[in-house]
Design a protein around this ligand. Structure first.
Ligand SMILES: [Zn+2]
Ligand SMILES: [Zn+2]
Ligand SMILES: [Zn+2]
Ligand SMILES: [Zn+2]
Length: 206
């Protein structure tokens, strides 16, 4: 049989675990540049899939002084010509900012509540990109909107970012495959040119 102290402990553990998994905090972390430790400003993706503010990456590249540099996060080699803007991440940062601003309004130790209805903000309206309460959900304003639990919204953003990552990686593969193809082609051209030259030489000697 479980003793009473066991129950108290497990309850406390559960509270600690759920506090650690604040979805908004998770999102903020993913929206943070590892160079300046602030929200991404005009984010860019590098070949390895890591993201940085455009200015942070530009400054980092200037320091290296060559066309090649290494990823500030994982040290993998990065071609400056392959640095691309990540518009989806820029949107993600904007949404995260809104969510966390709402989070800042929450009073210490209390759940985030709706400014209009003083109810906990447990839902997220996909049309308006805002967290809302159950009363908001019933209101005219959001009645015909897609409303999902806030945890699900946080999860969706992460999935979305994951998909984008896959697309980037596929693009990378395509570019690499194309490079190999053109290299093979130029090799073929070189060989045929040599054959033609040889024939020309043979004709000359005839
Ligand atoms: Zn930065
Ligand atoms: Zn990297
Ligand atoms: Zn409300
Ligand atoms: Zn709405």
């Amino acid at each position: 049989m479980k003793s009473e102290s066991d129950c108290v402990l497990s309850e406390r553990d559960m509270a600690a675990a759920s506090a650690a998994r604040d979805p908004v905090e998770d999102l903020c972390e993913e929206a943070t540049c590892s160079i300046c430790l602030e929200y991404f400003k005009d984010p860019v993706s590098v070949e390895c899939g890591h993201n940085f503010c455009r200015d942070c990456m530009t400054q980092f590249c200037e320091k290296s002084g060559t066309k090649k540099t290494s990823c500030p996060q994982c040290r993998k080699e990065v071609l400056q010509s392959n640095i691309r803007p990540n518009r989806l991440l820029a949107n993600f940062v904007e949404i995260t900012k809104k969510l966390s601003l709402q989070g800042l309004k929450r009073e210490e130790g209390r759940e985030r509540v709706c400014g209009k209805h003083q109810e906990p903000l447990k839902l997220f309206c996909k049309e308006d990109d805002v967290s809302i309460c159950v009363v908001c959900d019933r209101s005219k304003e959001h009645r015909n909107h897609t409303v999902i639990p806030i945890e699900e919204a946080a999860q969706d953003f992460k999935v979305l970012m994951g998909i984008h990552q896959d697309v980037l990686e596929k693009e990378e593969e395509n570019i690499l495959a194309y490079k190999v193809e053109t290299e093979e082609e130029s090799q073929y051209l070189l060989v045929s040119r040599n054959v033609i030259k040889e024939r020309e030489n043979i004709w000359k000697t005839i």
